[in-house]
Design a protein around this ligand. Structure first.
Ligand code: PEP
Ligand code: MG
Length: 827
């Protein structure tokens, strides 16, 4: 596809303002099939963070890296505005060249454009022409370079010089080039960038861009005059520093593109409703009424009273919010799980930031009121974080605003308002803070449409946890939609359709009903075994915490219990359960399972699960501390109570004992000795003894562990956290902690190989087992059993029944050859 044709040239456009010019250019790109409509917003987003006026009356609007997946093919649109349109204070653009570039193809365009700019009358010709073809041939793919050759290299002896090969995946485009120019201008010497036989003054943006420097080009920084050495060193150092940013940008764009490609629309309207495009953050289709969740504006007056009293009321407000956060955290943990609870602990840490308090106190001492002082310091910090342009830090800014405003509300004596919902609702918001989400009545919310945020934001994670369709980064225009309109949200393709026709509404509801029926149909077959068409059977088990859940799991199709987490017996009470109490619990489990396989894991306290009454030492890094088997080996009172109870229960039916968080072979040897002793004490039967494979060291050396155990069960949750060095509860990194990362798969593959060589049985009880794609890959890797949450069983069984074992083996092989989790998911 050519990057520019006469279809994407608009001559003598009437554009009263920049937004109109961008809209004209964007629409031409949409109509010609280069971009999705959502990319037009991306042009505006870019202008909000960086003005794209290049100089000489030329502007080059382009979108954000994160939106690049909305580009179908690299394309350029040109809007000729003969009277000029104000692009920045006091400067106009007469030629608007909108660029939608998938990678570095636009470097050639920039080269042609900047050459024209350097040539007297070059741009004027394009601004006044009535022939679109002239613009196409000047800026299009056919080379025109000989028309305006770059300055030739004459003899130019330098005082200092250094070569560097450009490794920016998208070449030297406007953003990094601007940074080069800024650095070059700090020095008084002559500074040039040479590329082959051409050169440019490093202080001139157009000159640099006109070199058309693409990825892999060798260039030379050369300087002459005072500080020549330092100037060259500074340029090389900056160029190299920017490499990391450029590579990260390109990587992100690739990830987004993969994510976008992975999720096809679940439904498309026949009519043409108003459509907002964002990023799919949580899949699913839902129909609902739009309700806007307004971030509250807090009007703060500067009302100082007494310095001491003001300081104290600020301190009291902070302490009160800290207590609120503690309560909210406990509530979130109970309702939504540990990861959600952890967010509030992170918020408490934000409040402890001494600089914030110091800054506010300093303002109070200078005679300002506490609310005003706190707001000033808070806004300063939020803007500072947002200005860095880093999505992770921007999410931090949302968190800081959330907690900071709670302090303000306390200072102002305000109550948070609750949205009262009564019908199925698609909630529209700029972003939702964690405390917002806890205030919402989730019974009525069927989808979330967020104008800001990103796929890893708190809202996205929350939506996935709750199984709600969600889109994020849908652009500010979304917030202009009126409340009460009927809409369809597609969390897979990232679209929100508003004011849909009655026919479309019916068809969306039909698709939703079909999806529900498909889920039901899967449920019907839940008791059929996971037998592949070519006759390979995988045992499907469930992860549970008690006998009641085990009953539910069997009802949901579980053939076994692959993991009973006994630590839940120890949580939320004041003393540890004694041997008798534990014995009864395990005996009940045996009874429910009625002879089916049952793996009971010994206490896994430490990490995210803490028990106050055990008086364990507080650790800086509990996930890397005395956790699981490490704790049992030092607290043999706990170990023996549990082992004796288990061996007594084993007299009533089959039990396997499993130890968590094992790292060394010596631990297994010691645990086996303790098992033998406990068994002898209660005269129990011999039971298989296995370990969880959660620490990479065990997976790597599985061949040395296999002879010591009767079985392995791979805990992919922890194995992923320890392999990728990502805290499994980290709210921002959670999405990156993907167990399909090839490094994790490699470790699983190695464990299975070692187990095979020693005829040892191997299961997987981490979250990956419950993901249909994960389950297929794990089966392909040769795992014998998959243990998961009861609600995942029907879908996983269906996925395994639908494909030959040989195909899954081939899939696993391809997954192992991938480089990223995204590539694996794209398989
Ligand atoms: C795991 O780590 O994958 C696992 C199953 O154990 P838990 O989630 O209880 O740590
Ligand atoms: Mg674990």
């Amino acid at each position: 596809m050519e990057t520019i044709t006469s279809r994407t040239v608009c001559l003598n456009a009437q554009a009263p303002d920049k937004a109109t010019a961008i809209q004209i250019a964007g629409q031409m790109l949409v109509d010609a099939g280069y971009i999705e409509p959502g990319y037009i917003d991306s042009f505006a987003k870019r202008e909000a963070v960086a003005n794209t006026l290049l100089g000489a009356g030329v502007a080059i609007p382009h979108g954000m890296v994160d939106d690049r997946h909305l580009i179908r093919a690299t394309g350029v649109a040109v809007v000729q505005v003969r009277d000029g349109v104000q692009w920045k204070e006091g400067e106009s653009a007469r030629l608007v060249v909108a660029i939608a570039a998938q990678s570095d193809e636009h470097i050639a365009l920039l080269r042609r454009l900047t050459r024209l700019m350097q040539h007297p009358g070059g741009i004027d010709r394009l601004v006044t022409t009535d022939d679109p073809q002239l613009i196409v041939s000047a800026l299009g793919d056919a080379p025109t370079e000989s028309a305006f050759p770059a300055p030739a290299v004459l003899e130019w002896p330098a005082d200092a010089e250094q070569t560097w090969t450009v490794d920016y995946p998208n070449g030297l485009h406007a953003r990094p080039a601007t940074r080069w120019v800024e650095t070059a201008r700090r020095f008084g010497c002559e500074l040039r960038v040479f590329k082959g036989g051409e050169f440019a003054d490093a202080r001139a943006l157009t000159g640099l861009l006109s070199l058309g420097i693409t990825h892999g080009t060798e260039i030379r920084f050369a300087a002459r005059g005072m500080q020549a050495e330092s100037a060259v060193a500074a340029m090389v150092s900056l160029a190299q520093t920017l490499s990391a940013e450029e590579k990260a940008d390109a990587e992100r764009a690739k990830r987004n593109a993969l994510a976008a490609r992975r999720l096809a629309p679940e439904w498309t309207p026949a009519g043409t409703p108003q459509t907002f495009y964002g990023l799919g953050a949580s899949p699913g289709l839902a129909v609902g009424t739009l309700v806007k969740h307004q971030a509250r504006r807090l009007d703060v007056c500067d009302e100082p009273t007494d310095v001491i009293a003001d300081g104290e009321s600020l301190e009291r407000a902070i302490l009160a919010v800290d207590t609120d956060l503690q309560t909210l955290g406990a509530d979130a943990q109970a309702r939504l799980g540990a990861a959600q609870g952890a967010i509030f602990n992170a918020h408490r840490e934000l409040l402890k930031d001494a600089d914030l308090l110091r800054g506010a106190i300093a303002l109070i001492l200078r005679g300002h009121g506490p609310a005003w002082a706190w707001q000033q310091v808070l806004l300063g910090r939020i803007q500072g974080l947002q200005a860095l342009g880093d999505p992770l830090l921007a999410a931090r800014a949302t968190d800081l605003r959330d907690v900071g405003e709670q302090v303000l509300e306390r200072l102002l004596g305000l109550q948070r308002q609750r949205l009262v919902l009564t019908t199925p609702t698609i909630l529209v918001a700029e972003d939702l803070t964690p405390s917002d989400t806890l205030q919402l009545d989730m019974r009525f919310i069927v989808g979330l449409a967020i104008s800001g945020g990103g796929p890893t934001s708190h809202t996205a994670i929350l939506a996935r946890t709750l199984g709600l369709p969600a889109i994020v980064a849908a652009g500010p225009a979304l917030l202009e939609t009126a409340d009460g309109r009927r809409a369809v949200i597609d969390g897979s393709s990232g679209a929100l359709y508003v004011d849909i026709a009655a026919g479309d509404l019916e068809s969306a509801e039909r698709v939703i009903a079909r999806q529900r029926a498909a889920r039901e149909a899967l449920r019907e077959l839940r008791h059929q075994p996971a037998m592949t068409p070519d006759g390979h059977r995988v045992e499907i088990a469930a992860n549970v915490a008690n006998a009641k859940q085990a009953e539910g799991a069997v009802e949901a199709g579980a053939e076994a219990i692959g993991l009973m987490r006994t630590e839940f017996l120890f949580l939320e009470r004041d003393t540890a359960p004694d041997e008798e109490e534990q014995y009864k619990v395990y005996r009940d489990m045996v009874a429910v399972m009625a002879g089916r396989p049952l793996i009971i894991r010994t206490l896994d306290i430490g990490g995210d699960k803490q028990v106050p009454y055990l008086n364990l030492t507080k650790e800086e890094n509990p996930f890397l501390g005395v956790r699981g088997a490490r704790l049992l080996l030092v607290r043999q009172d706990l170990l023996y109570t549990q082992l004796r109870a288990l061996y007594r229960a084993a007299k009533h039916g089959p039990i396997k004992i499993m130890f968590p968080m094992v790292t060394h072979t010596g631990e297994v040897e010691a645990l086996r000795v303790h098992c033998a002793r406990a068994r002898a004490q209660v005269d129990g039967p011999v039971v298989p003894i296995g370990i969880m494979v959660e620490v990479p060291a065990v997976a790597v050396m599985a061949d040395r562990f296999a002879p010591l155990v009767d079985f392995f069960s791979i805990g992919t949750n922890d194995l992923t956290q320890y392999t990728l060095a990502i805290d499994r509860q980290h709210p921002e990194l959670a999405a990156q902690a993907d167990s399909l990362h090839p490094a994790v798969l490699e470790l699983i593959g190695n464990t299975v190989r070692a187990a095979r060589a020693h005829q040892t049985w191997v299961g997987v009880c981490g979250g990956l087992a419950g993901d249909p794609l994960g389950a297929r890959i794990l089966t392909g890797l040769g795992v014998d059993e998959l243990s998961m949450s009861a609600q995942d069983i029907a879908a996983v069984k269906a996925a395994l029944r639908a494909e030959n074992y040989t195909a899954m083996q081939a899939l696993a092989k391809r997954a192992l050859a991938c480089t990223t989790a995204e590539e694996v998911r794209a398989l």
